[in-house]
Design a binder for this molecule. Structure first.
Ligand code: GDP
Ligand code: IMO
Ligand code: MG
Length: 422
């Protein structure tokens, strides 16, 4: 390993949290490199079941340092709530650090997310309404405030004055009350008291870690199909969940990333609007949702379901430079007599393509499906490749062939131990 990026190979919710929790056992540092509390990373282990939003999924291992990277947007109120929940469950959170350069996601970003989504009418993105888009927009416009600014109250006031002037103009256009700077500063002062010991410039720590050949995991949020540039724009998030951004978001030189582990479900789900070729709106889709418990870890929304889309995963494999894949939720397919996968897209004129086209074309494609025999056996206690039913091995070998990347891990349950290395 020394540095492995763990990224979503589909539309998010692939099981990145459970994979990071598993791999963190043998890791020194885990860094969340983008996104905010729109993430819902589920971890099930000896401590219980947790839905992490901002805290890296390595937090359950006492020797792991967890860092929230510069590429993220941090809602301090949400983070403090998450920390309180973890601490109430007996988890030591003292090893969680925040990068001073990470953006602050403030209460008005959530207000703006909700009113802007409403204003989109029939063209809604279906955001998580956590304020992600407005926070990244202010970052790009260079009017955001950063977590490190909490340590410098006078500087923070000046930055917030600048930031609020544009925010309040937008709020007034929508008929919403303006944000009062004094009450926001009072909130910031409370957050500063509670977070100050965690805010660091991570570069010295990371330099030292690389010098000492420490193992680092970079934890992505969402998946390639919701990448701001290469996903189903505009039905995407406002950051880049792909490995190219992992170095930027964490604060590492790109060539230090030695492995890129793509996480893919054995089928596919998506939350929110936008094209989703091969979506199953029939009883098969409902069965996948019921068996896979496919409800959003952050918003509780039912996830859209479909068969595994090899075209989308190949797109993700290329964009991420994946060196290996972890296939999760194989057990969800245990009772299916027949399993399908999408190996190409058919355009309205009948032509077949094997790449992901831009959104307006993707909206019109039909999946070209391939049928596989189901194994109809319980795989949840399987812990070696050889003990998998033969039909399951054939199916996985086909996924591997279509992705052009070796499968390194197979997960057959939500619990930490319910997976194995291939
Ligand atoms: P993430 O956002 O990529 O971390 O994924 P989520 O946590 O949002 O969604 C994955 C869901 O599948 C969670 O409920 C996990 O507990 C669950 N899960 C992960 N791996 C497996 C698996 O191999 N089998 C089953 N049955 N559930 C799994
Ligand atoms: P994890 O990390 C699934 C989706 C939303 C919406 C789009 C934009 O758990 O995989 P945003 O709130 O980011 O502006 O929403 O992205 N979305 C997710 N879908 N899992 C997530 O995170 C998601 N984070 C955002 O549903 O379509
Ligand atoms: Mg999730």
């Amino acid at each position: 390993m020394p540095v492995t990026a763990v990224v979503g190979a589909q539309y998010g919710d692939e099981g990145k949290g459970r994979i990071v929790d598993f791999l963190a056992e043998d890791t020194d540092i885990v860094i969340r490199f983008q996104g905010g509390d729109n993430a819902g990373h589920t971890v099930v282990n000896q401590h219980g079941e947790f839905r992490l939003h901002l805290v890296p999924s390595g937090i359950f291992h006492s020797r792991v340092t967890c860092l929230i990277g510069a590429g993220t947007v941090i809602n301090p109120a949400a983070l403090l709530r998450e920390l309180a929940e973890l601490e109430a469950a007996g988890i030591d959170t003292s090893r969680l650090l925040l990068t001073n350069r990470a953006q602050m996601l403030l209460p008005h970003h959530r207000v703006l997310d909700a009113i802007e989504e409403e204003a989109r009418g029939d063209h809604q993105i279906g955001t998580t309404s956590r304020g992600i888009g407005p926070a990244y927009r202010q970052k790009a416009a260079r009017s955001g405030v950063r977590i490190g600014d909490l340590m410098h109250p006078e500087y923070l006031r000046a930055r917030l004055e600048l930031s609020l002037s544009s925010v309040n103009r937008t709020l007034s256009q929508f008929g919403s009350d303006p944000i009062e700077i004094d009450s926001l500063l009072a909130q910031c002062s409370d957050w500063a008291d509670k977070l100050v010991g965690r805010i660091v410039d991570p570069i010295p720590l990371l330099r030292q870690a690389l010098r000492n050949e420490k193992k680092i995991l970079l934890e992505g949020q969402l998946g390639a199909m919701k990448d701001l540039d290469w996903g189903t724009y505009p039905f995407v998030t406002s950051s880049n969940p792909i490995a190219g951004f992992a170095a930027v978001g964490a604060g590492l030189p790109p060539q230090q990333i030695t492995n890129v582990l793509g996480v893919a479900k054995a089928y596919q789900t998506s939350v929110g609007a936008g094209p989703f070729p091969g979506e199953l709106t029939d009883s098969v889709g409902v069965r996948l949702r019921d068996i896979g418990r496919e409800y959003g870890a952050t918003t509780g929304r039912p996830r859209r379901t479909g068969w595994y889309d090899a075209v989308a995963v190949r797109h993700a494999a290329w964009l991420n430079g994946m060196t290996e894949i972890a296939v999760t939720k194989l057990d969800v397919l245990d009772t299916f007599r027949e399993i399908k996968l999408c190996k190409a897209y058919r355009l309205p004129d009948g032509t077949c393509i094997e790449h992901v086209p831009d959104t307006h074309v993707l909206e019109q494609v039909e999946p070209v499906l391939e049928c596989w025999e189901g194994w109809q056996q319980d795989t949840t206690s399987v812990r070696t490749w050889d003990n998998l039913p033969e039909a399951a091995r054939c199916y996985l070998e086909r996924l591997q062939e279509l992705a052009g990347v070796p499968i390194r891990y197979v997960s057959v349950g939500a619990e930490r131990r319910a997976m194995f290395k291939v």
